[in-house]
Ligand binder design. Sequence first.
Ligand SMILES: Nc1ncnc2c1ncn2[C@@H]1O[C@H](COP(=O)(O)OP(=O)(O)OP(=O)(O)O)[C@@H](O)[C@H]1O
Ligand SMILES: N[C@@H](Cc1ccc(O)cc1)C(=O)O
Length: 412
Amino acid sequence: MSLPLTHSHAAFRLPGALPLRGLKVRTELGSRIPTAPSCNSGLLAAQCERGLFQEVFPARGAQEQLPALLAPGRPPITAYCGFDPTADSLHVGHLPALMALLHLQRAGHHVIALVGGATPLLRFACGAGGRLRMGALLSRQGCQARLRSAEGMSLAEFLYPALQAYDFLHLRRRHGCRLQIGGADQMGNIMSGYELTGEDVFGITVPLITSTTGDKLGKTAGNAVWLNRDKTSPFELYQFFVRQQDSIVEKYLKLFTFLPLEEIRHIMEMHAKEPEKWGPQKRLAAEVTKLVHGREGLESAKRCTKALYHSSVEALEAMSDQELQELFKQTPSAELLLEPGTSVLDLCRKANAIPAGPSGYQKITDGGVSINGIRETNPEAVLVVGQHILKNGVSLLRIGKKNYYIIKWLQL
Ligand SMILES: Nc1ncnc2c1ncn2[C@@H]1O[C@H](COP(=O)(O)OP(=O)(O)OP(=O)(O)O)[C@@H](O)[C@H]1O
Ligand SMILES: N[C@@H](Cc1ccc(O)cc1)C(=O)O
């Protein structure tokens, strides 16, 4: 077995006409094949058009074999994607790879989502491997060019592609797996798997999702938006997608939803006419939240949005304790004891929502304070259960246009 340390990463944007626009093929260990794939229909072409499949390896796979294997009516193939269990949740950056698996599954193929065991062990348990410098170990044996780089290479780093390649080999032998999916940064590891496994396997990469500052979205950059409800609530996930810029929303609709391209085109046309409605963003947020958290998760996200941003008393009153806790995470909140005679002013002060002294008092008389969506201009007014305090023991306090505070009343 030979696993070269480096691979040629020359990639081509093919001149192929629609629907293969945007597909790149990885050349087989450096040889360039600047011809268009011959397929123009089927799963491969459809996902290229959506922008989900970015690159295919080896080039020959993109041209003939893979389109044929994935053509409708052919026997199912098995595909896999690996995820390192270096966090207790998947995140939004994993969605393109998961969508690729789901598209394959919907087309009748078998898919495997592999939670890497050996690869993270290598990263975390093999501390010595992380510290031993390859320069010291291999200085007399060649590989100097690679090793002369400023940082050198750790043993763990060196071994990682070999373990991932072995996963592919194992899945090929055990489960007949012929296709590995991964983010664009995985092409090198996929190529190693190809070398180890032999000639009848393929790799497809999906685009990397980045933050507005261009960092890869994920654990390493510390900017992950999680798919586990305990870490990122359905409401937060929904809000993440609702806030996406116009420039990216069409791409995300194609990547993160199953909506037909024609429908996406229509949504974008409507958006051009009525941009103030944020139609594509809302649809994107709804589709992704439903996919990740189910219909109930979407309902929860909408309820929280209505309660917080549209001051909906009904939505606030209908919220479960879990939803309230999820909202509390984002919004300043206070748990207060309701004493007889508690006034609007007391409430605002105890919640630290208004400045101390006369200016805080004046904020209320000026009409800058509302409780559960109703403006309160009398600072001395005594709080009334059922009006200022909802059935579920909650008050939503708004100061100015958009500063919200959630009050949970104790011992009601
Ligand atoms: N932001 C992203 N965009 C697209 N694919 C991604 C992104 N983050 C991870 N992936 C892909 O998901 C798969 C599993 O990634 P994995 O969880 O093992 O972590 P990773 O790539 O090291 O990222 P990180 O640890 O920074 O979150 C890989 O194929 C990887 O390329
Ligand atoms: N190398 C992948 C995760 C992975 C692990 C094992 C595999 O077999 C495949 C993929 C990553 O870092 O994102």
